[in-house]
Each structure stands twice: as structure tokens, then as C-alpha cells.
Design a protein around this ligand. Structure first.
Ligand code: MN
Length: 239
């Protein structure tokens, strides 16, 4: 096959302790999956069916500790927010996956951020417009190395937290997920045929808030490698 220009490189995520990488196909995100976060966003905290949005695969940024990830303050926003989330990486695809079978499709887990231009997201929400410009911008999905489910099992509980400089902003437990991982996979697979390489960001707990240039962000989930990044000035080079 001859292309009119070189095809872009395949976006990928590090696998903890290994030289191999996980190729990313799509990134799905769950909208509201912790009751206290639904409340802080002015939404109904009761158990509504989950909803999804997506980010481009090349929004991923390697953000393991020691990787020195730098995210420039993004354009067209004055309210750039952190959301720490459990990322689920699928190693097997399928449609109409049952909750009982769902975890067999998981390759592994990682700590990720669903970075958000909150002002653009809220304006879109009020107008009934798509969320893409609030959610699906360049470098909006920093992620720490993946840990294989074969090694660590499937976390159903455990602390999830995020710190900005020395201030703990988000602090919750995976057990508070309104829709746990098997349900999320099963429900999503009724609308989309899932495939190996798909990542699912499972939603953020309460405590989302603004990031500013100069901030150091650290996030963690019990049993997984931490995520770390620096926020740099708008327009500064990526790393
Ligand atoms: Mn989110």
C-alpha cells in the first residue's frame, strides 16, 4: 500500500516493568460515575445509566513517575481541570459482552487523567452541543504505565487520589464507582463493538479543580504505579 504521506505513528501506552507497549485504538470515557462528583457538577447523583464521550487515541501522554511529563496549559480555556480516573485497557474485543465475561476482556489497568477545559465543557452542555472541545483536545489523556490484570487481578476497591503540589484535591475509593468496571464494559459493548487497544476511563471522584502553570500533579490508585506531570505555560513545548 502506498499512502499520500506517511501514516501517523500508532499511539501507545507503557506497560509497567516491560519494554513492550500497549497500542491504543480508541479512548472512551464515562461521564459521571461517582455520586459526589455528579453532585459537584450540578447533576443527579442517583444511579442513571452511564453515558460516554471519547478522546482521540493520540491524546495519550506517558506520565509515569520519572518520565518528566509536561502538559502546556491548553488554548481557548481559562478553567483547565484535573480528573483522576482508573483506566481500563482492553486486550480482547467483542459486542454484547455480559457482565460475567467482561473482565476476561481486560488486559490491564492504569492511573489516568481526563483533563478537561471545564469552561468549554459547561458552555457546550448548556447549549446541547458536543463535548469534544471541552474533553478531546491535544494531550488531554496523560496516563501512567499499565499493569497487567494477569499479575494484579481486577481492582474493585482501593484508594484513588490526586494531589496538586502539596494539596490533596481528590481522595475516594474505587468501591464508590456507581457503575463498576464489568458493567461499564458490558454497557459500552452493546453500543460499540469493542476491540483490543480500546481504553476506558471510568470516571472521576469528587474534588475536581483548576490547574495552573507551575503546578505539579500527582495521582494514584492503590496497587498501581503513580502518575506525575507538570503544567507549563500556555504555548510552551510539549515533553
Ligand atoms: Mn472524567
Amino acid at each position: 500500500m502506498t499512502f499520500v504521506f506517511d501514516p501517523p505513528p500508532c499511539p501507545s501506552v507503557a506497560v509497567a516493568g516491560e519494554g513492550v507497549r500497549f497500542p491504543v485504538r480508541r479512548i472512551f470515557c464515562v461521564g459521571r460515575n461517582y455520586a459526589k462528583h455528579a453532585l459537584e457538577m450540578g447533576s443527579d447523583p442517583d444511579r442513571q445509566p452511564p453515558f460516554f464521550f471519547s478522546k482521540p487515541a493520540d491524546a495519550v501522554v506517558d506520565a509515569g513517575v520519572g518520565h518528566d511529563a509536561r502538559i502546556a496549559y491548553p488554548p481557548q480555556t481559562d478553567n483547565f481541570h484535573h480528573e483522576v480516573e482508573l483506566a481500563v485497557a482492553l486486550g480482547r474485543g467483542g459486542a454484547d459482552i455480559s457482565t460475567a465475561d467482561a473482565l476476561d476482556h481486560v488486559f490491564g489497568y492504569a492511573v489516568a487523567l481526563d483533563l478537561t477545559r471545564r469552561d468549554l465543557q459547561k458552555a457546550a452542555r448548556e447549549k446541547g452541543h458536543p463535548w469534544d472541545f471541552g474533553k478531546a483536545f491535544d494531550r488531554s489523556a496523560p496516563i501512567a504505565p499499565l499493569h497487567r490484570a494477569a499479575d494484579m487481578g481486577h481492582p474493585a476497591a482501593g484508594r484513588i487520589w490526586l494531589r496538586v503540589d502539596d494539596e490533596v484535591r481528590q481522595d475516594a475509593d474505587l468501591g464508590e464507582l456507581i457503575w463498576p468496571v464489568p458493567d461499564v464494559i458490558s454497557i459500552l459493548s452493546r453500543s460499540m463493538t469493542l476491540a483490543p487497544g480500546d481504553l476506558i476511563l471510568t470516571g472521576t471522584p469528587a474534588g475536581v479543580g483548576p490547574l495552573l502553570p507551575g503546578h505539579t500533579v500527582r495521582g494514584g490508585i492503590e496497587g498501581l504505579e503513580d502518575l506525575e506531570l507538570q503544567v507549563t505555560e500556555r504555548g510552551s513545548p510539549s515533553a
